[in-house]
Design a protein around this ligand. Structure first.
Ligand code: SF4
Length: 368
């Protein structure tokens, strides 16, 4: 039986028979029923909760997301609760999860849902795509998981499993590879349980078909897997070309007023626009960053000021930027007031909507 359902070798037959896809689909769904991890968003059919989980899971590990998801749903159990909350509160609950634009879009979308959709998520692709922050992937994930509609979702984990099953080289940045994977995925998709099917493929990619050292002996679909039979499953797909890390220097100003410190929205160069950060400037060298910070402070203080010797140093990474930074205390002859500055009690910073970088700096300076 299994011999007749094996992936036909390339060159002899281009398209496997429908029975080949059906056998994989059955094995995958049976495995998922038996092995699915218990995750909080799998305990609900509420489209809003599933949408929140899908947004949080973009670019973030499951273990990291779980406590954020639980706190977020406890604070905003419905679309209406989220829509009526201040953005500042939403960002506070997102603080530490990264990619803050996701939180801003969730908030905007919730407002739109209340205004135009009676507080309910639309159950059609076109309707979902009108909402801020809902792209092709999220729309299909929500429609399949929450509304049981036959949409296949394609993320890095799914692409890896499919590429190995069908022994396809390439990576998702290559259109031909992407089209091939999408075609095979469409053949595999379960029209009866599309949500479980999508989650099963993702789960397999996260727990068994790992990027390195896939656990093929524990895999429910190994007898149909071309990558496994090749003896080198890791060769599929090809690694995605990575953007090389770039060194950046950051000079940070510590402006104090009694027990308070000054913060600004955003970091510099358009980074972290939604979060509070210490006033700072980038440069190609420490001296250049310091000069840029001088320039920035001239606009903020509108009075003579001095920058002392650095009181702390740090390293931090934001996407491809490898940042080295120094924190400079600022001395001024008179009180600093500027519309873009917000003054925070140093003790309140851990609970404020500040960036991870600001959090790191705050920990350094309070230890000094
Ligand atoms: Fe991945 Fe191995 Fe399973 Fe193939 S047999 S899908 S390579 S874990």
């Amino acid at each position: 039986m299994s011999a007749t359902l094996r992936l036909p070798s390339r060159g002899r037959r281009r398209n496997p028979p429908a029975s080949f896809y059906a056998a994989i689909r059955r094995a995958l769904l049976a495995w998922f029923r038996a092995h699915a991890r218990e995750l909080p968003w799998r305990e609900t059919r509420d489209p809003y909760a599933i949408w929140v989980s899908e947004v949080m899971l973009q670019q973030t590990q499951i273990a990291t997301v779980i406590p954020y998801y639980q706190r977020f749903l406890a604070a905003f159990p419905t679309v209406g609760d989220l829509a009526h909350a201040p953005l500042e509160r939403v960002l506070e609950l997102w603080s530490g999860l990264g990619y803050y634009r996701r939180a801003r879009y969730l908030h905007q979308a919730a407002k739109m849902l209340v205004a135009k959709f009676q507080g309910r998520l639309p159950s059609d692709y076109a309707g979902l795509r009108t909402l801020p922050g809902i792209g092709d992937y999220t729309a299909k994930a929500v429609l399949s998981i929450a509304f049981n509609q036959p949409y296949a979702v394609l993320d890095g984990n799914v692409a890896r499993v499919v590429a190995r099953l069908f022994a396809q080289s390439g990576n998702l940045h290559q259109i031909k590879f992407r089209h091939t994977v999408e075609r095979e995925l469409a053949g595999l998709l379960s029209s009866h349980s599309p949500g479980n099917f999508n989650q099963a493929l993702m789960e397999l990619g996260q727990t068994v078909c790992l990027p390195r050292a896939p656990r093929c002996t524990a895999c429910p679909v190994k007898k149909w897997c071309g990558g496994y039979r090749s003896g080198d499953a890791e060769a599929f797909p090809l690694p995605r070309p990575r953007r090389a890390a770039e060194s950046h220097y950051l000079a940070v100003a510590l402006l104090r007023r009694g027990t308070q410190v000054a913060m600004m929205r955003g970091l510099a160069d358009g980074l972290l626009p939604d979060l509070w950060n210490f006033p700072a400037a980038f440069g190609a060298s420490p001296a250049e960053a310091l000069e840029s910070l001088h320039e920035k402070l001239r606009g903020l203080t509108r009075a003579p000021f001095t920058l002392g010797e650095p009181i702390a140093e740090f390293r931090h990474a934001i996407t491809y930027r490898a940042i080295q930074g120094r924190v400079y205390p600022v001395g001024t002859s008179r009180a600093v007031r500027h519309a873009s500055l917000n003054w925070f009690e140093l003790q309140q910073l851990p609970r404020a909507a500040i960036s991870q970088l600001a959090r790191k700096i705050e920990e350094k300076i309070t230890r000094e």
